[in-house]
Design a protein. Sequence first.
Length: 353
Amino acid sequence: MKERNSDTEIKKLHLDFENLDKLNYLTKRLQSVIMAAENEIEFFANISNLFMDECGYKFANIKIIGEESKKEGKESAKIENFQLKKNFESNFSVPILYGSSRMGTLNLYSDRKNAFKKDERNILEKLAGDIAYGFYILRLKKERDKALKSHEEALLNTIKAFVTTMRKRDPYTAGHQQRVTELALAIGDKMGLDKNCIEGLRIGAMIHDIGKINIPGEILNRPGKITRHEFEIIKPHSQLGHEIIEGLNFPWPVGKMILQHHERIDGTGYPKGLKGDEIITEAKIIAVADVVEAISSHRPYRVALGIQAALTEIKNRKGSSFDSQIVDICVELFEKQEFHWENSHSFLENITA
Ligand SMILES: [Fe+2]
């Protein structure tokens, strides 16, 4: 993208406005400032600055019809005062039209007499068309963001309902999911996963055992070792969890995280016996955090075995069951005391943190 013109170029642009090359240049500059704008205020400011800095106009502003009308009123009063003070010699207002609907007006002020000749006005009308298009796109983006936000809020409320149900029915699993989430996020963070990926990991880890909702409480909470038969009943929980959240349309691969959290990179896991890169990174992280939490914590059927036993287990299965990099990072987190479980029960609050 070309940077701001030198003073000489600005002057030329002003004196020879109808030149096609300069019009092309200005159109490109206009497009780039339109694309760069994040919101309407920035959009108006960028365009006004472009007309003042690069076209040599003394003052420029955009008045939009509709929701900005209150602000426009104040803005308009400011301009009138400014105009009186600065003694503009000429001005020109261009309607900003999208199709047949008028979106607003581009107002330009010059310190030259009769600055806005026919050719210049024609060019400004063309540029106003680009502004209208840019403004239309910006409004579409705003509506899309609003819809996405409300969709995300609805999803988070669904997750909260899942977590609350789990907490009441099976406090062990609910606590386990919370602690797995804390460790998984620490691993993901140390791996350098981006913010969006971390957010997805948080949701996936928080409900990775949601499929256990279907397993009788007597099996999940009874003291004593799980029998072979009981294990066969527990095993489908990753598949069932995937089915429960199917259709929720998460912006992250939450379904795969749930479905794959018992897969192992050597293909010995379940339900599908996936190998290596067939398993997504988030599921590999949850798998390690899941095992470490399960071994180190108290369970209805045994006392806690402690973190050292858990770390020995994942080190022994590094590169076979578990991803080597994830194991190394997890071990380092504990050995360097960079991670510890929070012991809090505020996982509902954590959802929206
Ligand atoms: Fe599980």
